[in-house]
Design a protein around this ligand. Structure first.
Ligand code: PAF
Length: 234
């Protein structure tokens, strides 16, 4: 990528864990609009999954993803192996400040965001993007990656793009594939509850948190053992 940089071209990176959906495609479309060269990474990052989480069950569909990226005319796909990203095992420990971790998903996913910043730092150094594209659905992730970029002077512009939703409002997510038909019906209540600012709409569901942070109302719910997150700007 450094040659591309030297040629004065703008590089946009869309980091993903694959199982691509319309949400990813909207990030790619924005990147294509704003950059000369677009790179999509697909890497199911083991360090951001805790013990007992869904690393093994996380949906993987590389051939379909590759076709989608080809159709979207993405310039480069970065699809590294775990050994390529973590050749020497665990080395540097990231320690995030408590104000990034005392809310939202961090409370129930210890180590998750440390794993996210670890892999993002690597992807940013490998791909050297000018701009990176993240979705608003993963709000806390976006806040933390923004801090990573400014704290470590990556000099990258971060674009946080609107959540793409199904017709009934469910935020698009690779994990939605794990929902049963009944679970999918229940899942549409998440956005309805956010819109109504009324968590009682979710009575009977396994709501992990419902909290407000800096004018954003955030939620995580488990349905069929699938952890779904969403948020709305108040
Ligand atoms: O949001 C995701 O898909 C992942 O957390 C990311 C940013 C690709 C890092 O593994």
């Amino acid at each position: 990528m450094s040659l591309t940089r030297e040629q004065g071209k703008t590089i946009g990176l869309v980091p993903t864990m694959g199982a691509l959906h319309e949400g990813h495609l909207s990030l790619i479309a924005k990147a294509k609009n704003e950059c000369d060269v677009v790179v999509v990474s697909i890497f199911v990052n083991p360090t951001q999954f805790g013990a007992g989480e869904d690393f093994d069950r996380y949906p993987r569909d590389f051939e379909k993803d590759r076709l989608l990226l080809e159709r979207s005319e993405v310039d480069y796909l970065f699809y590294p192996s775990t050994e390529e990203i973590y050749p020497v095992g665990e080395m540097i420990e990231f320690k995030l400040p408590s104000d990034l971790l005392d809310w939202g998903c961090a409370k129930s996913r210890p180590g998750h965001f440390e794993g996210v910043v670890r892999v993002c730092a690597k992807l940013f150094n490998i791909i050297t993007p000018h701009k990176v594209y993240f979705g608003q659905k993963d709000y806390q992730q976006a806040v933390i990656v923004k801090s990573l970029i400014s704290d470590l002077d990556f000099g990258i512009e971060m674009k946080i793009c609107p959540t793409v939703r199904e017709v009934d409002g469910l935020a698009m997510s690779s994990r939605n594939r794990g929902l049963s038909r009944e679970g999918r019906e229940k899942a549409k209540m998440i956005y309805k509850a956010l819109q109504a600012r009324d968590s009682s709409i979710l009575d009977g569901l396994d709501v992990e948190y419902w909290e407000e942070r800096d004018g954003v109302l955030l939620i995580a719910v488990k349905i069929d053992g699938v952890r779904l997150i969403d948020n709305i700007v108040l």
